[in-house]
Structures are given as C-alpha cells and as structure tokens.
Design a protein. Structure first.
Lengths: 342, 342
DNA sequence: CTGTTAGCGCATTCAA
DNA sequence: TTGAATGCGCTAACAG
C-alpha cells in the first residue's frame, strides 16, 4: 500500500506550514495568489488528493446528501436520482443511496446509516408500508436538514417537493372532457397514499366543474399495476352504466386498460379514451400511443437538491424555505384524441 | 445544535475508559460480556450513534462502495443498483453513486470523488465516450479495489462482471431459427463497444452453426434507440434480398422494428420474427409481446457486490477472484413465435 | 498574509 | 480483561 500524500508532505516540500497548504487548497481569500499557485503545482506534482474523511471530521461537514428511496428498480426514482445527482456533483456534493424496499424497518435503518455517516442532509421518499414516522422526526430533531420528495407526509413539519397530483388528474380529466368524452371513470390506487387520494380529488373536481356525472361506482380502487388496469377496466365496462373514458392512476395501469379494451374490440380513441399518469418511456411507442401526465422527475430531483442546499445553508437561522409543488405537464397522444387525428 | 454523544460520554457515565467503550461496541472478543452489556445499555440510553467519519479516519476503512454508472435514468442501471445496494446494506456497506452521463470527463471526476471519499472499493460501468481509461488504472494503482460491471474493458487487468452477450445473441438467433425463420438480420450498436460486438459475433455464429445465410448487409449498425430500430428495419426491408426476422440489439430498438413492420403491414410473428435484448418492462405488454433476452440485472448487482467484497477482503494477498460471466435467459413471447400460438 | 496550536471522535498499540 | 497514550489528516481560532 503506497503511502498517501498529505498536506504535511506538500508543506515539507515547500517549507511552509500545513495550515497554509490547507488554506491555499481551499482557496482561502487571505492567501496570496503566489502561494496558491505554488501549492497547487506541488499538489499536482505529488499527486495529492484531499482526504475528505479527515476534512469532514475536522470541519463537521461531509458534503454528502443521503437519498432514501423505496426502490431503485422503478425508473421514476432513477430519474429523480439522476436529477439530484447531477446538480449535487456540480455543487461538490456526493450522494449516498439507501433503499427502503417499501419497508418501514429498512427505512429506519437507512436513516440510521445516514446519521452515522454524518450526511449534511437527507432527501427521502416515504415507503408504502410506513405508518410510524418517528425516524424522520428523529433525524430532524438531530438537527439534520431533511426534506421529502414525491411521497411525503405533511404532518411532520418537514418541507417537501411534489408535483401537483390534484392538478395532474384534473388536467387529464379535463383533456378527456374537451375531446368529447362524457362518462369518465377513474382507476386509482390504495387510498392511504396521499398521492392517489389527491388524484381522485382532481378527477372529481374536473367532472364537477364541467357538470358531468361523477358516479361513485366509476372510481375503481386497485393496486397499481397492469393487472389492476385490466381488472379495473373489466369491472367498469361491466357496469350497467359503463364509462366511455378512463383516467388511470399510472401508465402501466393505463396499459392494462388498453389491453382489456383491445380484447373487447373497443376502438381507442374513437369509442373510448384513455389517459395515463407518469409519462413512462414506453407510452410514446405503443399503439395507440398513450396520453399521459408528465411528472418532471428530473426537475423534481434538481429542485429537491436546491431545496436541501438552502436548508443546509440556513440551518439554524430562520428560513423561508417551504414546500414546493411542481406543475404536471399533460402529454396528449393518440389514446385520448377523439376529435382530431394526430 | 445539540452536542452529539461520543464514546467519551459513555465512558464517563460508566467510569471506564473510552477505549473499553470502543471495544465493547465493536464486540471485541477480549471484553467481558458484562461490560458489553452495560456499555450497550448506556449507549442506548444516551442515544449514542457511532461517528463513522471518525471511525473511518482512524481505521482507514469507510465501508463505502463507490458505484459509477453512465446514468440513473436507464432502468438497467437502476436495477443493478437495486441489486448492489440491497446486498451491500446487508453487509454493512453504504453506496455512493456517481453518474458519468456517458462522458469521460465526468467519469474521471467520479473516480476522483471516490478516491477523495476514500471508498473501500469501486464498481464501475464504462461511459460510451470513454477512450482513455487511465482513471481506472489510476484507481487500481492507488490500491483501491475496482471492478467493472456490464460495460467493461478487458485490457486493464481489472476484473469484471457481465452477462454473456455472445450467448444471448446466439440464443436469440437460434430461437428464431428453430421457429422456422431463415433469413435473419441483426441491428446492432456502435462497434467500439465490446458488448455490441459480442452480440454480433453470437448472431453470426448461430447462423453459421445452423448453416443459414449470413449476408454482410444484414447487419445494420445504428444508434441504440427506437429510431434506430425503425431506420434499421426500413433499410433492411428495402434490400433486394430482405430478411424475414431481426435480432435487435436492445428492446427499444426492437420496438422501433415492430413499429416499422406495423406501418408496412407485415404481420408479426407470422411473416416476420423480432427478438429484443434487455427484457425491459414494457415488452411483456405490447402487441405483439416482445421476445427478448433477460440480462439478470439484479443478480448482476448482487454478484458485483460479492466480487467487490472479496476483493476488499483479500486485497494485497494473492486472490483467485476473476471475471464472472452471467448467463442470459431467453424470454420467448409472441413476436418470435411463428409456429405455435401462445 | 502566514505560522502556531489544538482537537474533531475514534481505534489501536503497549502496558498493566 | 481493561487503562493510558497516541495519532489518523485536516481545519479553525488566535497570533503575529
């Protein structure tokens, strides 16, 4: 094991003190340009690489953000991480990843790991299973800046960044209405999850605003999956008063709806409209292509980092940082275009 | 900022020395069970949380693995990270993520960040742009265990974990042959990438083994995308001697092929067979559903961590750890099933 | 502008 | 089995 070069080595080489080297390398304002230059060159020459561990221990800051996600296997979170990670790198932060796998127990472990690692802040998206949120308030009590993204809890006094699910569902429903569909149903997910609840509200309010019927039985609650989409569509189409369009809670659910419709030979969009939610990559390429709501995942990641960055800067001081809501963007494709052809 | 509890606090509380506390908490064999118990309880009571930074500085080990990926926006890498991260957590390791965004420059920065963070090991998947690999050999020279996954370079003496791309393409081609297709073409990606090159070889060898024609013009080199699939299919179908099946380099490329065929009203699989590569989630749900090669991404992540774990253990000592190749798994669906119906 | 001094919290050597 | 002493590499307060 080759011994690593330290600032002491550079100091010795140049006959100055380690403190000066440290300051020069951190671009401290009170160091002369000449010294900085010499130190830089010596560092380069000796192949010096700052030991962040020692630096962190001394300074009390790690420049690491802990990111807690339910799973990296879902492209939604990959996309958010993409956003977080890129802007974080640009600002000199590293990203520690932990997966809860939708379990409260692992989520708690993740928070503990972050605290142990002395991360400067935590960005978290809550697991489906979580009912006890004390690990989050604990982190907050430890004075670690924390913010939620996408899967949030508004009762903990923790800032968050989300997209406006209510508005997304509203826009989807409204788009179908404007295309001429009049009996619009909704397939949603488990209602203990805020996100899905908000979408139901947006869907309902759109119908009400346009004075269209909003039958109780037109809201089908399933799991979020292709299968749920099929089953939901099947149930809805078997009603005595079946709908002529469906707003699905998510793109794969919408895909299930499309499959069921195809099997029943119901032409989309001519006789039936379908709207998804997520803007997953495949939607653009299936037939008919899927209208959906874009969730701006990368932007969400970037905004999440920015918020965290501010929280870190102003921690302790009173701060104006509050929750932020991103606007969903309707992406209208074939599956909902009853009137005009593409 | 509440002062954090340290081992000194615990020591004071119990009238023993910090050294003993440290040993007790690390479950050192030479500490009495009684002391361990008392220390554990005091730690719990005082809400002690080990400072990994200080521990790392002293011990020289961080228990952090740096994972370098091209982008988190591709589900393939998300899936591998899922595999790495879960097994890493189980073994007490944290995961630091860095994205190269397919750029050599950022890749280099990532390696530097990892070295600065004093990670115990690096798992990397090479960027498309990378032509100079010195940052990898540099890390290795610094005595940091490093291994590649999926996107590898075999000329650096760095172990790697891949799936057998050659065999994957061979199996895809063979499957088409056994279904009765006889004029099989291939749409591949940039040939400076080993992965794609190997798939071309697998494709060619299958044709040869079954004594089928392998025209030079039946291999179309494009970018890896839906558009490349469309274009490749278009070019191949315009040949005076067009194929009756295509092995695509990847699922989205296969999707492009399917779109082009649909537009030309060529029935799949009856008159034309299509095979993808990746087993992306959408493939199961499109029409016709897509035959493809599963790359065992989660397993790849798990095996990557296991390999890294061994490298870390035996670093310095001569080690038997070599590259590992995972077996691809054909997933046969409608798009290639000429003979039998599902 | 630079040097001196001190210590972040822990793990490890050597002694007892 | 435990205590005492040391230092990992760096940064920050205080001097000069």
């Amino acid at each position: 094991m080759k011994k690593r070069v330290t600032i002491a080595d550079i100091a010795r080489e140049l006959n100055i003190t380690p403190a000066t080297v440290s300051r020069a390398l951190s671009n401290h304002p009170e160091i002369s340009a000449a010294t900085k230059k010499v130190v830089q060159e010596a560092a380069e020459k000796l192949d010096y690489n700052r030991n962040k561990i020692a630096s962190s221990l001394r300074s009390g800051r790690t420049n690491v953000i802990g990111v807690l996600i339910p799973t990296a296997e879902h492209i939604f979170f990959g996309s958010v991480i993409h956003g977080i990670s890129n802007i974080a790198s640009k600002n000199g932060y590293d990203i520690l990843i932990y997966q809860s796998n939708e379990s409260q127990q692992f989520e708690k472990k993740g928070i503990d790991a972050f605290i142990s690692a002395r991360v400067d802040g935590i960005l978290a998206s809550i697991a489906k299973d979580t009912t006890d949120f004390s690990h989050f308030t604990y982190a907050k009590a430890q004075n670690i800046p924390i913010a939620f993204f996408d899967r949030v809890n508004n009762n903990l006094g923790i800032p968050s960044i989300t997209i406006d699910d209510y508005r997304g569902a509203y826009l989807a429903t409204e788009s179908l209405i404007k295309e001429g569909y009049t009996r619009i149903a909704h397939i949603t997910g488990p209602q203990h999850i805020q996100t899905f609840k908000n979408r139901v509200r947006g869907y309902r309010d759109a119908l009400q605003d346009y004075q269209l019927p909003a039958l109780e039985e037109w809201v089908y609650e399933g799991n979020v999956s292709v299968e749920a989409g099929r089953e939901g569509a099947s149930v809805l189409l078997s009603l005595t008063n079946p709908p002529d369009a469906i707003v699905a809670v998510e793109d794969f659910t919408a895909l299930g709806v499309l499959k069921e419709l195809k099997q029943r030979n119901i032409p989309v969009p001519q006789q039936f409209g379908v709207f998804g939610f997520c803007n997953d990559m495949f939607g653009e390429h299936i037939t008919p292509s899927l209208s959906t709501i874009d969730q701006q995942t990368v932007l969400m990641g970037e905004e999440a980092f920015k918020m965290m960055h501010e929280l870190i800067q102003y921690n302790g001081a009173a701060t104006g940082v509050l929750s932020k809501v991103l606007q969903p963007i309707p992406v209208i494709r074939e599956s909902s275009r009853k009137t005009s052809k593409p």
